[in-house]
Structure formats: structure tokens, C-alpha cells
Design a protein around this ligand. Structure first.
Ligand SMILES: NC(=O)C1=CN([C@@H]2O[C@H](COP(=O)(O)OP(=O)(O)OC[C@H]3O[C@@H](n4cnc5c(N)ncnc54)[C@H](O)[C@@H]3O)[C@@H](O)[C@H]2O)C=CC1
Ligand SMILES: O=C(CO)COP(=O)(O)O
Length: 335
């Protein structure tokens, strides 16, 4: 496989980046960890007090001072592996000074569950087209796993998908801990699109709750959602996959039902009458599904898959349709 990979740079300062750093630190294989975030005040706080002031602030993160910085280029130069963990909507901005030459020879991991807006590309495609990263040098981490539960060391399972499953196994060896188990997959498209879609279904689930539907309806919504997800990923990347695996169904369930879900919380606020902007501001966290549903609407023009749940969420968020009326119309299409 080539040289041992043991220098890793995490790009992003949110909850999931903080949880990923915790997993990397708690895993006992020898490694050096570097951490980039854009917020200088947060970097200073971490260097002084070993806690992220804004996200998962109870988690202790002890890294050498010089390994945490707002200056991305040298941190990327130092790394064998670059783990991308900013919301997809801010990925281009985060990488604005980084060239394909800077990433040449690196292995790239995406912990992002989103589509790059304007480009309408999942992360693997975006990095391939813009940075010449091959699918064999790329990995995506997904699966039902909330940062808040990682902070509490609750048992969680992640799936790592890559064009090179040996590489994915090597990376799994860097994050496995007492509380993190890993599965390996070669389904980059299904894993990425599955994670993107489940965020939209969690928004739908939140909207339904917000407008007054109960658990009975939510169960029907989510069983329709998994079929919609299966249809969509089969159209985009038709391979033999079991949609009941935890990277697909598991991730949908945790997001649609958990108190920690950003997307569900966001949807609930939309159902209660908040605007998208005020809901995002109120949460201080990013609901990827908000951006993703607009991209999916565009991507699906090419495939023409029947995705009524996505279309209902799109109509509510981007065409300012009434959540009550859209959900009533959607309910007629579910079975
Ligand atoms: N939080 C979780 O439990 C999990 C999150 N993910 C994925 O991880 C990725 C990162 O999400 P989280 O860590 O949850 O984010 P978060 O919601 O905890 O934090 C928001 C992040 O977005 C950044 N941000 C906000 N506004 C920005 C702007 N204008 N420009 C640049 N950056 C800005 C913040 O600095 C922060 O890093 C997303 O793709 C998410 O779907 C995946 C699995 C679990
Ligand atoms: O993908 C996630 C958990 O697997 C995080 O997204 P939510 O916070 O919306 O659940």
C-alpha cells in the first residue's frame, strides 16, 4: 500500500470535526493530528484551554499549540491524510487557497454529508473534477453517528467507503475505539447520496412534527423515504447494494428520530413557521439538507426519479409553499 499514513489534518471547526478529532486522539495508533478552523478566537481558546468554545465544548482536546491554526496551506503540506469536515456549502470557501498541487499525493477523507452548491456535485465528484483526486485516494465517512453521542462515548458505527477498500481499512484502524466500530464499503456514490438524501428526509420529518402529524404518520413517511432513497441512488449509481445497511437505513433512522438531529430540528422550526434563515440562526448549526434539496432538485432533472418527499421539501423551502398544504398533498402520495 505504500508508506504508513500517520499525519492527519482535520479541516473544519464544527461539532463533527471536534468529534472526529476526539476519535483520532482516543484511538491509540501513533499519529500526528493537525486542526484547521477559520475562527481565530476559537483557535486561541483551544490552544489555551483545550476545549472548542463553540461546539462540543465539554470535550477535552489536547493537541500541541502549533498544530491548531487558521492557516490551512502549511497544515495540508504537513499531512498524509486530509479530513474535510466543513459543511458542503462552505467547502469551496475553505479550500479557496488550495490547489490540486497542494493535494497531490494526499489521501482525502470527507466527513461531509452534503452537495457542493452551484456545482451540484457530491464531494467525491467535486474533488475529482476540481482537484484531480482519484476515487482510490478518496474516502467518505458516513453512517448513523451524532457528534453529541461521540462526545458521550456512546457506542457508534461508521462506514468508510472508498475506491480502495484497503485504504479505507487502514483509515478505520486510525479511528476505531472502544466506542467506535467501523464498516468498509466500496459504494462511494450510494454512501454519499444516501447521506445527502437522509438529511432532506429528516427535514421532512421535522416539518411534519412541526405542523402536527404524529408518530404514526412519521413511520409511514420514513418507510416511503427509504424507498425513495433506494430509487434515487439506484438511478445515479446502479450497483447491488442492501439499502437496509446502517450507512443507508441506519443513517436515515437516526437523523429522522434523534433529538440531536440538526435537520429534523430545522424542519420542525419550518413547520412551526420560522423562515429558513431564522431557523439556521436560532440553531447556530448547519442543516445540510437545506442546501442539498436545491441541488437534488437540479441533479434529478437528469434522472427523472420519482422523489415526492424531496420535491415537497423543495417546494416549502425554495418556492415558499405552505408546509401545511405541501404535507397534506404529500400525504396523498404516500403508502
Ligand atoms: N454533527 C454531526 O453529528 C454530524 C455532522 N456531519 C456532517 O459534518 C459536516 C459539518 O457539520 P457539523 O460539524 O455538524 O457543523 P455544525 O453545525 O456543528 O457547525 C457549523 C460549521 O459550519 C461552519 N460555518 C458556519 N457558517 C459558516 C460560513 N459562513 N463560512 C464557513 N463556515 C461556516 C462553522 O464554523 C462550523 O464549523 C456536515 O456536512 C454534516 O452533515 C456528519 C455526521 C455527523
Ligand atoms: O448525519 C448526521 C448523523 O449521522 C448529522 O445530521 P443531523 O444532525 O441532521 O442528524
Amino acid at each position: 500500500m505504500g508508506k504508513k499514513l500517520n499525519k492527519i489534518t482535520v479541516v473544519g471547526g464544527g461539532s463533527w470535526a471536534t468529534a472526529n478529532i476526539k476519535m483520532l486522539i482516543d484511538n491509540t495508533t501513533e499519529k500526528e493530528i493537525f486542526w484547521w478552523m477559520r475562527n481565530a478566537e476559537a483557535v486561541e481558546h483551544l490552544q489555551k484551554f483545550a476545549h472548542n468554545p463553540h461546539y462540543l465544548s465539554s470535550v477535552e482536546i489536547k493537541l500541541p499549540e502549533q498544530n491548531i491554526s487558521t492557516n490551512l496551506k502549511p497544515l495540508i503540506a504537513a499531512a498524509d491524510i486530509v479530513l474535510l469536515n466543513v459543511p458542503a456549502a462552505f467547502l469551496k470557501e475553505a479550500l479557496k487557497d488550495i490547489t490540486a498541487a497542494d493535494l497531490k499525493g494526499k489521501k482525502i477523507v470527507s466527513a461531509i454529508k452534503g452537495i457542493v452548491p452551484d456545482e451540484n456535485l457530491i464531494i467525491a465528484e467535486f474533488l475529482h473534477q476540481k482537484y484531480d483526486i482519484s476515487f482510490d485516494d478518496f474516502m467518505v465517512i458516513s453512517g448513523p453517528c451524532h457528534a453529541e453521542e461521540v462526545a458521550l462515548e456512546k457506542l457508534s458505527y461508521l462506514t468508510i467507503a472508498s475506491g480502495d477498500t484497503e485504504l479505507a481499512s487502514e483509515f478505520a484502524g486510525m479511528i476505531n475505539t472502544r466506542y467506535i466500530k467501523t464498516n468498509i464499503s466500496d459504494d462511494i456514490y450510494g454512501t454519499e447520496y444516501g447521506a445527502v438524501l437522509k438529511n432532506v428526509y429528516a427535514i421532512a420529518s421535522g416539518i411534519c412534527h412541526g405542523v402536527g402529524y404524529g408518530d404514526n404518520f412519521q413511520a409511514v413517511l420514513i418507510s416511503n423515504a427509504i424507498r425513495e432513497l433506494e430509487r434515487f441512488v439506484a438511478a445515479v449509481h446502479p450497483i447491488d447494494r442492501d439499502i437496509k445497511e446502517s450507512a443507508y437505513l441506519g443513517d436515515l433512522l437516526v437523523t429522522a428520530y434523534s433529538q440531536f438531529s440538526r435537520n429534523r430540528t430545522f424542519g420542525n422550526m419550518i413547520g412551526k413557521g420560522y423562515t429558513a434563515t431564522s431557523a439556521q440562526l436560532e440553531m447556530n448549526m448547519v442543516a445540510e439538507g437545506y442546501y442539498a434539496v436545491n441541488c437534488l432538485h437540479e441533479v434529478n432533472k437528469q434522472y427523472g426519479v420519482s422523489i415526492p418527499i424531496c420535491e415537497a421539501v423543495y417546494a416549502i423551502l425554495y418556492q415558499k409553499r405552505s408546509p401545511v398544504i405541501e404535507m397534506r398533498n404529500l400525504a396523498e402520495k404516500l403508502s
